[in-house]
Design a protein around this ligand. Structure first.
Ligand SMILES: *Cc1c(COP(=O)(O)O)cnc(C)c1O
Length: 394
């Protein structure tokens, strides 16, 4: 089955639901059983890792359908849904570490994940060390300690878009006996098949392209077979279960991913390439561009790109001029998150979320999420923005 077909057929059960095309939302806490024996039986089936319905928090047919669909799409063993992407990141980490451990985290990691490591993990006696985004496998090997249990990466980074050689890093990590977790939100389960590149735990902010419509918070972690039991037990013990409506929206979003993503990619690349030709722009960070330093890895490992990238303005443009550019864009909403059908713009403060390498001597970074609008309308909108930028800078 090809991916497009998987998106249409996985996670459905009309026969079990009166012919309904989609599995309905199960609003459930208590699950009633006909007898004490039936109750014992269903709980022992659960203990054998069967996807039975025992209690709302643990999962319903809809939760399992969502989790299994995402897992199969990316090539993992099983998956766990979380109430947010941030919950998925911390859930993946907590399923591996114990007090006294050391973990290695890439410097371009999603900000709230960094915060989780620097606060909660630290309090629990786990030491986090950040490493440079362009690290080579030998240098990473040198950072591994006997108590290093996890390496957590993101590629490309979601603000600065550096690419990492994930298979080469995975090799080093596994030789050491540690696990490799990856925030794969940018790649999505469609465009980066993390498990065939050596990842043990793949994390997604399903809030982004999986939900795809900016109307729900949802996360998911997909595990390989070895990492699954700890992931499952940790999530269930913590009580980090996703709500039924959000899971429904996640599974619904999956149905159209293979139509939405190519459009995000195509329009994103067109805008990125157009930006390269602007005199105001000193650099465009998009691994799908042949000129990008991460392009070779992207081309080797990824099946596509999403609509998120960034560009850097010449240092001569000050904050007031940048605000003139951003504030009056017609089609780009000013706000965080991404992966919905609509275009967004943000001006991330990168310096504050870096520790392994300095972020110095850069102009303002502007991050764009290219939505499903007509791409020429978007380019015209940006063109007018550059006029305002130049006028304001004088
Ligand atoms: C948004 C995001 C998250 C967190 O997802 P939420 O659903 O907003 O909690 C994690 N990782 C990356 C790369 C993200 O962009």
């Amino acid at each position: 089955m090809k991916d497009e077909t998987k998106l249409a057929v996985l996670g459905r059960d009309p026969e079990g639901h009166h012919g309904a095309v989609n599995i309905p939302v199960y609003r459930a806490s208590t699950i009633l059983q006909p007898s004490l024996k039936a109750l014992h039986d269903v709980y022992s089936a659960r203990a054998q890792d069967e996807q039975v319905t025992t209690y709302g928090r643990v999962g319903t047919p809809l939760t399992y359908a969502f989790e299994n669909t995402v897992a199969e799409l990316e090539g993992g063993y099983r998956a766990m849904a979380y109430p947010s992407g941030a919950g998925a990141c911390s859930g993946a980490i907590l399923s591996v570490v114990k007090s006294g451990d050391h973990i290695l985290v890439i410097d371009n990691i999603y900000g709230p994940t960094r915060q989780f490591c620097d606060t909660v993990l630290k309090r629990l006696g786990v030491e986090t060390e950040y490493f440079k985004t362009n690290i080579d496998p030998a240098s990473l090997r040198a950072l591994l300690r006997p108590n290093t249990s996890l390496v957590f990466v993101e590629s490309p980074g979601s603000l600065t878009f550096e690419m990492l050689d994930v298979p080469a890093i995975a090799d080093v990590v596994h030789k050491h006996g540690a696990k490799l977790a990856m925030d794969n939100t940018w790649g999505t389960p469609l465009y980066f098949k993390s498990f065939s590149h050596g990842v043990d735990l793949s994390v997604h902010a399903a809030t982004k392209y999986i939900v795809g419509h900016s109307d729900a918070m949802l996360g998911v972690v997909i595990a390989n077979k070895e990492s699954w039991p700890a992931l499952r037990d940790t999530a269930r013990t913590i009580g980090a279960n996703a709500g039924p409506d959000e899971v429904y929206l996640g599974l619904r979003g999956i149905r159209t991913m293979a139509v939405r993503l190519p459009r995000h990619m195509e329009s994103g690349l067109k805008v990125a390439d157009w930006l390269r030709g602007r005199s105001e722009v000193t650099g465009v960070r998009h691994p799908g561009l042949p000129q990008d330093p991460g392009h070779a890895i992207w081309k080797r490992d990824f099946l596509g790109a999403c609509g998120l990238f960034a560009f850097e303005l010449d240092k001569k443009y000050g904050d007031a001029a940048v605000a003139e550019f951003v504030d009056h864009l017609e089609y780009f909403g000013i706000g965080y998150s991404w992966g919905g059908y609509e275009s967004l713009v943000s001006v991330p403060a990168i310096k504050g979320v870096r520790s392994a390498e300095a972020w110095e001597n850069h102009g303002t970074t502007i991050r764009l999420h290219i939505g499903l609008e007509d791409v020429d309308d978007l380019i015209d909108d940006l063109k007018a923005g550059f006029q305002r930028l130049n006028k304001a800078q004088g």
